[in-house]
Every structure is written in C-alpha cells, then in structure tokens.
Ligand binder design. Structure first.
Ligand code: CA
Length: 388
C-alpha cells in the first residue's frame, strides 16, 4: 500500500491486505478525522485534518527514531504505541507528520556538487531537501551536440529507492542503467542521449527521504558535436562519373513519417520532385540505395531547404558513419521551405570539401541513410556523389 485516503467516520478503520487472512489496523482515532498516509522504504507520512484536537494512531511497521510535524523537527507530541503503531497528538486543523528510522533526514539547503563536462568541472549544482524530495539546480553553457549523462551517487543507493529524474535543456531523463563510469565510480547512466545547445538548465529531482546528500557529481560526456554544413556551389552534374540520388527515389523509412513526395508543389525541383515532412519524430530515418560503377573517392553533396534555424541528421553509409562528425550533421537554415522561392534550396557538401576527407566507396550497391536528431524538419531535393 503506497497511499491511502481514509475518511475516518468510525472510531477505527481496519484494512485487510488482499490475499492475507490476517487483518491489520492502519489508522485509529477517537474522533472523526480525515487522513492520508503514504509509506516510503524507511518512512511514513501522515496528513491529518481534524475538527478538534485528538489522538491519531498510524501503523508504521517500525519504531521511529525521528519525526517532523509541518516540516519542523517534532521532539514531542508523538510516541510509540504497540505493534508498530505510532500515536500523534493532532491539533484542530491540518497537520503533516513524517516518521522514519535512522538519522534525522536533511531539510533545507544541502551541500553543492559538481557538474563535469568531458571530465572538467563546469559548475556547482545547488541542493535543497524537503519532505521526501531532493532537488539540485544549476546552469551550464554547451556547444550544440549530443550528450550522455551519468549520475554519480555519493553512496551506494539502496534497492527500492525511486529513480531520480534529470531535466536538462528541456528534456527529461528518467531511465537509467548501472554503469562503471569513466572516473571508476559506480553510476547511473541515462539510456538516451540529450541534445543540448547553448545555455542549458539542469534540474535533478529525487523523490526520497535522505539523511545524507546522495549525489557526488553529474558527468556529461559529449557523444557527438554538431558538424555545421556550409553552403556550397552546386556540383557539376555533367562531370564524368557523377552519381545522382534523387530524394524522392528513397527506398525505405522508419521510426516516423511518412515522408511526403512533392511533385511540383515546391520550386525548381531537380528531377521534378522532392521530399518534405522528413522529421520531426524520435529518430525518423529515410534510406536511399545507389550503385557505384567504379570504386574510388567521392565528394557528397545535398540540396536541402528548411525554415528552421538548422536541422540535424545522422548520416550512415552501409549502416556505418562514413566519417568523423557524420553522427550530427547540421543542415543550415535556408529561410524557408522552397515552396515558391527556389533560392531557399541550398547546396551543402558533407565530404570531399571544406577540409573533410572524401568518401571511399567500393564498387557495387550501397545504402545511404539520414536519421533525424532532435525535432526539426528538412526538405531534401537531391544528393550527388562527385568523383574526386
Ligand atoms: Ca529531386
């Protein structure tokens, strides 16, 4: 039983746990009161609403060593009754009691702890403690990229402790796996990377009763830094050996969509068509196939349009990132979707220019996939592989 709301009109409320023959008294009072009880691993919270002062007994299952009433330490006004019951002297009106075993829990400001980015301390997070809740807050400035968050607790976390929640850059991370972190300590690593950019707010909340601060540090590791794609001159389609991949000739897609094929609804389309509605969605991908007649080195160009400030995609060829930085390609904003204005189509070059090495492709069939990272659309008209 996690929480029970009992309007105690009778003098005694008795609850029978399902499947057990024996019964247990959870709440008892000699006056009509309204109570709400919730049970933690080593603590019990009791809310009482009473018309007149009275004694309320609640089942705790342990002998408390500490108590708070309305957030203040309660050294009197409560006592241990028999059989795991605790008796409180409830005043007329509302009162919130908390009982627990072990040391007195933390309340108010706690010690700050470090946020490290790629091993380097970047800021200290301020901590605060309330009834069954810990919170830490801070801010950090980061370049656009994908980051992996790992929480490093200060002590081993007992089984049954609720999972912490990390809100970072507007994304909530609440799904964790146990890892041995880079600093050699046991940690909880988020199962999904966070896409972060610029001034990033960090808020860690942990719904439990803490007698000592549970956190040592938060580690952020760069999983991928964005590779900005610069505007480029169009490739020479007449050059020998150029391989053209029309966006509208995609072979398959997944995890979102469907993409829409525009046949004349956009301006100046190469091959008479293009695709739109590519993203958002959690990892929406589109895949193309192309044939390389002659093995060699190639530059890879794309013609895209987006009204967003930028739009991010991961590139793979034959299911692997073909070069460093391919995991987070940053297509530039082009001022619009190119529905009527052809100048909103912009050429960029991924490889084989701008200081990036060319692709080395074997002869034969290949698969090129673009996967959405984040939540921004991009329209794609055509891609081209140009021998280098
Ligand atoms: Ca096209």
């Amino acid at each position: 039983m996690r929480c029970s709301l009992l309007a105690v009109g009778l003098l005694l409320a008795t609850c029978a746990a399902l499947g057990y023959a024996e019964t247990r008294t959870y709440i008892a009072c000699d006056r009509p009161v309204t109570c709400c009880v919730s049970y933690g691993t080593q603590s019990v919270t009791l809310q009482v609403q009473a018309r007149e002062a009275c004694e309320v007994c609640v089942w705790a299952g342990f002998e408390p060593t500490w108590a708070f009433v309305n957030g203040e330490k309660a050294r009197q006004g409560w006592g241990r009754a028999s059989d795991g019951m605790v008796a409180v002297q409830a005043p007329a009106g509302d009162a919130l009691w908390e009982f627990g075993i072990g040391d007195w829990p933390l309340r108010g400001d706690g010690p700050p702890f470090a946020l490290r980015v790629d091993g380097k301390q970047r800021t200290l997070l301020r901590t605060s403690f309330w009834a069954r809740r810990m919170e830490a807050r801070g801010e950090v400035k980061l370049p656009l990229g994908l980051y992996r968050a790992t929480l490093i607790p200060a002590h081993p976390i007992p089984n049954g402790t609720p999972a912490p929640k990390l809100r970072i850059g507007g994304q909530e991370l609440a799904d964790w796996e146990d890892v041995l972190a880079a600093n050699g300590r046991q940690g909880l690593r988020a199962k999904t990377d966070a896409l972060l950019d610029g001034d990033v707010g960090v808020q860690l909340t942990w719904a439990d009763t803490f007698t000592r601060s549970p956190m040592r540090e938060i580690l952020l590791e760069t999983a991928a830094t964005a590779t900005p794609l610069a505007k480029a001159d169009p490739p020479d389609f007449g050059a020998p050996g150029v391989i053209v991949i029309e966006a509208e000739d995609y072979k398959r897609e997944g995890d979102g969509g469907p993409v829409q094929v525009s046949k004349g609804e956009h301006a100046d389309q190469h091959g008479g068509a293009s695709i739109f509605s590519f993203g958002p969605g959690k990892g929406h991908w589109v895949e193309w196939e192309f044939n390389v007649p002659t093995a060699g080195k190639y530059a890879l160009y794309a013609r895209t349009a987006t009204q967003e400030d930028y739009s991010l995609r991961a590139l793979t060829i034959d299911r692997k990132p073909p070069f460093e930085g391919a995991a987070l390609l940053q297509f530039p904003g082009t001022g619009g979707w190119a529905r009527t204005d052809a100048s909103q189509w912009v050429w960029t070059v991924f490889a084989g220019a701008d200081g990036r090495p060319p692709l080395e492709l074997a002869a034969g069939e290949h698969r090129l996939r673009l996967t959405t990272v984040g939540d921004k659309h991009v329209n794609v008209d055509v891609m081209a592989l140009v021998p280098r």
